[in-house]
Ligand binder design. Structure first.
Ligand code: ATP
Ligand code: BTN
Length: 231
């Protein structure tokens, strides 16, 4: 993949900026900002984006819209972290965690035939007070700041590789996520709109769904606005 990187100092949200470029834009356009004034997670939840972190959105035009695309982002982040000596795991469907703290989140949005893949990765940025218990950064994990340009370079390299694998063979992407998730065998609470589901994770199926054992019954949780908590 040929990436074409647009660099901004400040923006509301790189996902919003990327959306406005569509459809007059080619696949592989990347929007990176030093800080976001209105970074967003799923369901419009706020994403803290002070200077020092990596906040970016990649514009893709896949042949089909597929929820498994979010795994491309999570795998690329986890590979990048590994290159810097940080062991991370993927919290299905869209987070990357280091131990019991979140370091990165992926937000995919669709506009027409395009997918905007937003990736937020805490690199050298401060973690805001309210998130100190639940979030971490590369700097915190390593005890020293890292070269953010190098992080971006690696991340784009891995995004290109995993996107290619996704286009050729999506179950291969899922297989890799399965191997990196740590959720399998764990008791989890899945927060679905209003009604929670408590069960043990059996696996992630090839279509990207989370398969749970809930009181002896097999339940399939499809990717959507679901959050998983480890019980
Ligand atoms: P979770 O299981 O962590 O809630 P989620 O994917 O369901 O993940 P979202 O709905 O995408 O969460 O909302 C973003 C979450 O990330 C919020 O819980 C928010 O507190 C947290 N958050 C916000 N900014 C950051 C950041 N820079 N680093 C880590 N976590 C953050
Ligand atoms: C999550 O909730 O875990 C996903 C967070 C995604 C944050 C990134 S930062 C770059 C892009 N722009 C946004 O406003 N959100 C995504």
């Amino acid at each position: 993949m040929e990436w074409n990187v647009i660099r901004l100092d400040e923006v509301d949200s790189t996902n919003e900026y990327a959306k406005k470029l569509i459809p007059d834009v080619s696949e592989g356009t990347v929007v990176v900002a030093k800080r976001q004034t209105s970074g967003r997670g799923r369901k419009g939840r706020a994403w803290a984006s002070p200077e020092g972190g990596l906040w970016m959105s990649v514009i893709l035009k896949p042949p089909m819209i597929d929820p498994r695309l979010v795994f491309v982002g999570a795998l690329a982040v986890s590979d990048t972290l590994r290159d810097f000596g940080i062991g991370a795991w993927i919290k299905w469907p869209n987070d990357v965690w280091v131990g019991n703290r979140k370091i990165s989140g992926v937000l995919t949005e669709v506009k027409g035939d395009f997918v905007i893949m937003g990736v937020g990765l805490n690199v050298n940025n401060e973690i805001p007070d309210g998130l100190k218990e639940t979030a971490t950064s590369m700097m915190e994990a390593l005890g020293e700041p890292v070269d953010i340009g190098e992080v971006l370079e690696r991340l784009l390299e891995y995004l290109g590789r995993w996107y290619k694998t996704f286009l050729e063979n999506p179950p291969l992407v899922v297989e890799e996520v399965r191997g990196r998730t740590m959720l399998i065998g764990k008791e989890v609470r899945v927060l679905l709109d209003g009604n929670d589901l408590v069960g043990r994770v059996i696996t992630i199926s090839d279509d990207g769904s989370l398969i749970l054992d809930v009181d002896g019954q097999t339940v399939k949780v499809v990717y959507g606005d679901v959050s998983v908590r480890i019980n």
